[in-house]
Write a protein of this length. Structure first.
Length: 282
């Protein structure tokens, strides 16, 4: 399926280099904007807030994602601290971005007098879509791959981009590897479709914010499985840190859904009736 190794740089204009990684996430962000705006209008939320809100959340997610990546790959930055803030910004940790982005989203919605949980339901599918598109940046960077495979989906990796266990002196240049970026991208598309289905088919049974909790469970489960195929990542007592964070996300999602839908809890209709009316678009 993949018979070539891509160049991470899409365009060179003098000393300026435009990387496919940045393009992939820019396209993903634009697609998420269109989806979130459409869902907001459908749910009666003020779609005019999406643009500025996404800028705030994107900046916060960029900072958190970069911080997570730097901690994860501290060996690459401890002798060159300037590389943390200087371009190219090819390394981002998704979990760091989700955490800081969620915090920024909560602060922004509170500031605008909006319901964070109502907005979380329209943002969650957009997160999946952005991730599904953005992960192709990892393909162009020749990263986020797993062990050698004979699967037709396997991808070649240039010797310069191979992690320690898979160097060309051990595995020939013709070796192909598991495309973990592709698996996560496909899982993101399926996750988005699943959230859209839940939000449309079971809206009378869901509470505001349930879709974000389902996102935590889905994404956490996917990352937990894929991290088992990665090597050379940040570990905690020998366990990949991303797997521990994945378990935390799953537990938060499951516990949150169980608590919010316990028998003595108010039903969705009562919950929504108690919420302030969303601001009408101006």
């Amino acid at each position: 399926m993949f018979n070539f190794t891509p160049d991470p740089i899409a365009l060179r204009i003098g000393p300026i280099e435009v990387h496919w990684y940045g393009i992939a996430y820019a396209v993903g962000l634009a697609a998420a904007y269109l989806l979130i705006t459409g869902l907001a209008r459908r749910r009666g939320l003020d779609a005019n807030l999406v643009g500025n809100g996404m800028i705030v959340i994107a900046v916060a997610a960029l900072i958190g994602g970069r911080l997570y990546h730097v901690i994860d790959r501290w060996d690459l930055y401890r002798d060159n601290l300037a590389a943390i803030v200087l371009p190219p910004y090819a390394g981002l940790g998704v979990y760091g971005g989700i955490i800081t982005g969620t915090i920024a989203g909560w602060v922004y919605t509170r500031w605008k007098g909006q319901s964070f949980f109502a907005w979380a339901d329209v943002v969650a599918p957009g997160l999946f879509l952005m991730q599904a598109i953005g992960r192709w940046g990892n393909f162009f960077n020749q990263e986020l791959y797993g062990p050698p495979t004979t699967s037709p989906l396997g991808i070649p990796i240039d010797c310069a981009y191979r992690v320690a266990p898979y160097v060309c002196s051990t595995y020939p240049a013709t070796t192909r590897f598991e495309p973990l970026f592709l698996y996560e991208s496909v899982a993101g598309v399926l996750g988005m479709l699943f959230l859209l289905f839940l939000g449309s088919r079971f809206s009378d049974r869901l509470r505001h914010g349930d879709l974000l909790l389902v996102f935590f469970i889905w994404y956490g489960a996917v990352r937990f499985a894929l991290e088992a195929l990665r090597t050379g990542n940040w570990t905690f007592f020998g366990v990949p840190t991303a797997q521990l964070v994945s378990l935390a996300f799953i537990l938060v999602g499951v516990a949150g859904l169980a608590w919010r839908h316990r028998p003595q809890a108010r039903g969705p209709a009562a919950e929504q009736a108690a919420m302030p009316e969303p601001t009408e678009p101006s």
